[in-house]
Design a protein around this ligand. Structure first.
Ligand SMILES: Cc1ncc(COP(=O)(O)O)c(C=O)c1O
Length: 363
C-alpha cells in the first residue's frame, strides 16, 4: 500500500442501524435509502449486504436503480423523485421499479404508456415546497392512478422540511396537513419519515419509513451525535502521519500561513486533503485522533495534506507512520462537520474515489 488514506466501511454497522430503525416502528416497512452511492459508502456493497433483510431500497435516479439491478439486487427499488422523463417509465415497468409521482408530466406519461407499476407514491407537498402536489390535487392523482388499473398500490408520501429541529413545530403542521389529506382520500398507506422523524417524531403507524443518514450511523440532529443516539458509525476515515517537525511559538503554517503557533510544539503532516473529500473549510481546532490521542487541525487544509498538533500538552513524541483517525471511530463525523460549517451528510457523500476503500463484515 502506498498512500495510507483509507475509508473503512462497516457493513454490519449499517445492517444494525437498519434493524434499529425497524425496531422503532415494527409495524412499518422500511426502505434503505442508498441514493448518492449510499451517502458515499458504496451503494452496491451496502445493498448487497442488506439485501436479505431490507424490505426495499430507495434511490434518486434511474441510473442508481439500474446499477443495483445490475449487481443482482432483486428487492424493490423506489425512485424517490420519480422519473425525470417519460421514457423512464418503460424501464421502471421492465425492472419492477417503484416511483414517486409529484407532477402532471409523471402522471400523464405513466397513464399514456399503459404499463404496470407495482407501487406508486403520490407525493404531497405538505409545506416544504420543493416537490409534490397540494391537498386539492393529491386525491385526483390517487383516483386516476387507481382507476387506470395500472398500479398495484397507490400510497401517499411527503417529506419534512425541519424534522431535524425538535423545537420547530413545522413537522407537526406538515403531519396534520398530511393526515387531513389522507382523510380526504380515504384508505391509503403513508410514507412520511426520514431518519429524524423515525427517531424523534410521532409518525403514522404502518406504511413505509425511509431511513437514510441513520443507516450510516450519523445523526440528523445538530446537537447530538449518532453514537449518542445509539447508532453505529459506519465509516472511519483514517490515515497516517507522513512528516513531523518542531515549530516555535509564532511560526506560521500552511497556505496563507493562517495558523500561528501559540507556543513551541510538534507539528505533523497527514495524508488527507480536500482532494479526498476532507473539507477545505475545516477550521483550526477541528478534532482528530493521532495514535488514539486527541489532536486538532493546525493550518489550512490542502488538496492532499493537512497539518495537525496534539490537543493537550505536547508531551507525546509523534513519528512518521503514526495512526490518524479523521472521522468515524472515536471522532464523530458530526463534530468535524460542525467545525467545517456543514453537516455529516455532506462530508460522507462528497468523498472522492481517492481514499482506499475497505469493507468490514461480521467477523
Ligand atoms: C424523499 C426522501 N426520503 C428520505 C430521505 C432520507 O433522509 P435522511 O437521510 O435524513 O434519513 C431523503 C433524503 O434526502 C429523501 O429525499
Amino acid at each position: 500500500m502506498s498512500r495510507p488514506l483509507t475509508a473503512t466501511v462497516d457493513l454490519e454497522a449499517i445492517l444494525s442501524n437498519y434493524r434499529y430503525a425497524k425496531k422503532l416502528h415494527p409495524k412499518c416497512h422500511a426502505f434503505a435509502v442508498v441514493k448518492s452511492d449510499a451517502y458515499g459508502h458504496g451503494a452496491v456493497r451496502v445493498a448487497q449486504y442488506l439485501a436479505d433483510e431490507a424490505d426495499a431500497f430507495a434511490v434518486a435516479t434511474i441510473e442508481e436503480a439500474l446499477e443495483l439491478r445490475a449487481a443482482q439486487i432483486k428487492k424493490p427499488i423506489m425512485l424517490l423523485e420519480g422519473v425525470f422523463e417519460p421514457s423512464e417509465w418503460e424501464i421502471c415497468a421492465e425492472q419492477g421499479f417503484w416511483a414517486a409521482i409529484e407532477n402532471t408530466m409523471q402522471l400523464e406519461s405513466l397513464l399514456a404508456l399503459g404499463k404496470s407499476i407495482e407501487k406508486v407514491f403520490v407525493k404531497l407537498d405538505s409545506g416544504m415546497h420543493r416537490l409534490g402536489v397540494t391537498q386539492e390535487i393529491a386525491p385526483e392523482f390517487v383516483e386516476s392512478l387507481r382507476d387506470s388499473g395500472l398500479v398495484g398500490e397507490v400510497l401517499l408520501m411527503t417529506h419534512f422540511a425541519c424534522a431535524d429541529d425538535l423545537s420547530d413545530m413545522t413537522t407537526m403542521e406538515q403531519l396534520a396537513y398530511f393526515e387531513q389529506t389522507r382523510q380526504l382520500i380515504g384508505d391509503i398507506q403513508a410514507s412520511v419519515a426520514n431518519s429524524a422523524a423515525i427517531m424523534k417524531w410521532n409518525i403514522p403507524e404502518g406504511g413505509w419509513i425511509r431511513p437514510g443518514i441513520m443507516l450510516y450511523g450519523i445523526s440528523p440532529f445538530a446537537e447530538v451525535s449518532g453514537v449518542e443516539l445509539g447508532l453505529k458509525p459506519a465509516m472511519t476515515l483514517s490515515s497516517k502521519v507522513i512528516s513531523v517537525r518542531h515549530i516555535k511559538a509564532g511560526d506560521q503554517v500552511g497556505y496563507g500561513l493562517s495558523y500561528q503557533a501559540p507556543e513551541d510544539h510538534q507539528l505533523v503532516t497527514i495524508a488527507a486533503g480536500y482532494g479526498d473529500g476532507y473539507p477545505r473549510s475545516a477550521d483550526h481546532g477541528t478534532p482528530l485522533l493521532i495514535n488514539g490521542n486527541a489532536a486538532e487541525l493546525a493550518g489550512r487544509v490542502s488538496m492532499d495534506m493537512i497539518t495537525a498538533k496534539l490537543a493537550g500538552s505536547d508531551c507525546t513524541n509523534l513519528a512518521i507512520g503514526d495512526e490518524v483517525v479523521l472521522w468515524g471511530n472515536g471522532v464523530p463525523v458530526e463534530h468535524v462537520a460542525h467545525c467545517s460549517k456543514t453537516i455529516g451528510y455532506e462530508l460522507v457523500t462528497r468523498m472522492t474515489s481517492r481514499p482506499i476503500r475497505i469493507y468490514r463484515t461480521k467477523d
